[in-house]
Write a protein that binds this ligand. Structure first.
Ligand code: G3H
Length: 491
């Protein structure tokens, strides 16, 4: 397709298109499949999209930011009803574009629909308009919650629907206007939704543009007219994009970034449970989740047994195309990923680690089988670099202070999983862990859901908080009317 959405119009792009390939091969002999094309827009269209959102916002005086709550809810509901008719098409695109398994693709779609409905519900309940009387001063305050302005929104490839909407929906419902640019992969699935966006929202409230981040985001930011940068991705891109804003103090950030979530297995852990959860945490969607378990610390008393069983279970995972039954590992959407993972494996093995599972590192054109590495030395790249792919480093520890010190020294701080059964040991440990990360998972894999809970991170892992509830606050500001005047207060 060659259309994009700006100012309430589906525009035909006459310039060059970018081809979108799937690394899933449709022939026996490996050849990436051409799935479609998207416009490769230029700075002119980017500025056109910015102008459309500025016009719709109109310094807070536009139709959308001043619209009554019911109006914005009705627009959201209209959109989601149309979106639901596209389930099959979008699920198919998730499988082909990013290699997500059929059950996970269906889950991503359904979770997103639920996310929208839950956001609407939360928005209805929120303290948008509350009154407070402060006796000593005699001031009546009418506190409100309102929009921030124009949001530039950039989504990731691993959850191209869910994460996109986790930013866009709360931003829009709070009365902001938005320009959205999807990632390089997982980009075609927005096309079936363009008409629904156009039909549900007033012109310019949501603008969807396609192309390279540098070409589109840079000129938009340089104008200094963006109020919020909302991005799920890596800190390098986030830094590069925000650096273009001429008055950075004016820019609010809502960022979901990298993580290096550890799994810590204590000597008294239920080993079966710990292994199963660590497998799910480390390998689901090939480890391409910011919430994945990206390093495992196993106590030295149990590490041999843990490693043997963990490695065997990883080897038993089925690799195949996303629609095949029971498939857990699927082709990687980024063509360069197998080579990158191989680099990490080579670096770690050169520094003393071994690949402890039989199939670890086996490669085909579009895949590299998850490698389990042990013992990984602290000067290995994979020890602190976010691998975002199929490789799991394991280190053993004698004293719990070792993983705690590593977490304290890490650049990241999203979440941790801790496996153990002794309440006496766990309780004080949890009190420390919550000060190092933002979510502690007890005897379970790290993850983002349920989506009603706050999703954020410390250090380079996040700025601001997402989730159904918190995102509404991240994309808004509290204002108030202060009055002593009884005529106003009684009105
Ligand atoms: O990549 C980050 C996603 O938000 C992960 O979500 O934990 O539900 O897979 P998830």
């Amino acid at each position: 397709q060659n259309t994009y959405l700006v100012g309430g119009e589906l525009k035909e792009w006459k310039g060059a298109n970018a081809e979108v390939y799937s690394t899933i091969s449709s022939t026996k002999e490996y050849k990436p499949t051409l799935l479609g094309t998207v416009p490769d827009l230029t700075a002119d269209e980017a500025i056109e999209a910015l102008n459309a959102s500025l016009k719709a916002y109109d310094q807070g005086q536009g139709l959308w930011p001043t619209m009554k709550v019911e109006g914005r809810i009705a627009a959201m509901e209209k959109f989601v009803v149309q979106m639901k008719t596209k389930r099959e098409e979008i699920v198919k695109l998730l499988m082909w574009e990013i290699g997500k398994s059929l059950p996970d693709s269906q889950k991503e779609f359904d979770r997103t629909v639920e996310y929208i409905y839950d956001t609407i519900e939360d928005y209805k309940q929120m303290d948008r308009d509350s009154a407070k009387f402060e006796k000593n001063s005699g001031v009546h305050a009418h506190i409100r919650r309102g929009p921030l302005g124009v949001v530039l929104c950039l989504g990731p490839y691993n959850y191209p629907l869910n994460e996109t909407f986790a930013l866009l929906i709360p931003a829009l419902i709070m009365g902001n206007t938005a320009i959205f640019k999807p990632a390089k992969h997982g980009v075609l699935l927005l096309s079936p939704l363009l008409e629904a966006f156009r039909d549900s929202f007033p012109a310019g409230v949501v603008n969807i543009i396609y192309g390279r981040g540098r070409v589109l985001a840079t000129p938009i930011m340089k104008t200094g007219k963006v109020d919020v940068l909302a991005l799920i991705g890596n800190s390098k891109s986030a830094n590069a994009i925000q650096a273009n804003h001429p008055q950075k103090n004016r820019l609010r950030l809502v960022l979901g970034l990298e993580a290096k979530n550890p799994g810590i297995v204590l000597p008294d852990a239920d080993l079966d449970l710990a292994i199963n959860e660590c497998i799910a945490g480390a390998t689901s969607f090939n480890g391409q989740r910011c919430t994945a378990l990206k390093i495992l610390y196993v106590h030295e008393h149990i590490v041999d047994e843990f490693n043997k069983r963990f490695a065997a279970k990883v080897d038993a995972l089925k690799f195949g195309n996303p629609w095949e039954d029971g498939v857990k590992l699927t082709p990687l959407p980024e063509p360069g990923k197998p080579a990158y993972i191989q680099e990490l494996i080579d670096d770690a093995t050169a520094k003393g680690a071994k690949v402890i599972n039989k199939k670890g590192g086996e490669t085909t054109e579009n895949y590299i089988f998850p490698a389990v590495l042990y013992p990984v030395s602290k000067d290995s790249r994979v020890f602190d670099e976010e691998q975002f792919g199929p490789v799991t480093p394991i280190v053993s520890f004698k004293n719990i202070q070792e993983p705690l010190d590593d977490m304290a020294a890490s650049n990241y701080g999203q979440q941790v999983s801790v496996f153990g059964s002794e309440v006496k040991t766990l309780a004080p440990l949890i009190d420390t862990l919550v000060n190092l990360v933002c979510r502690v998972n007890l005897n379970s894999a790290a993850q983002r859901g349920p989506d009603v809970y706050p999703f954020t991170g410390r250090k380079d892992s996040a700025v601001a908080t997402l989730s159904v509830h918190d995102a509404l606050r991240s994309f808004s500001i509290r204002t108030f009317v202060a009055a002593k005047d009884t005529a106003y207060n009684n009105a």
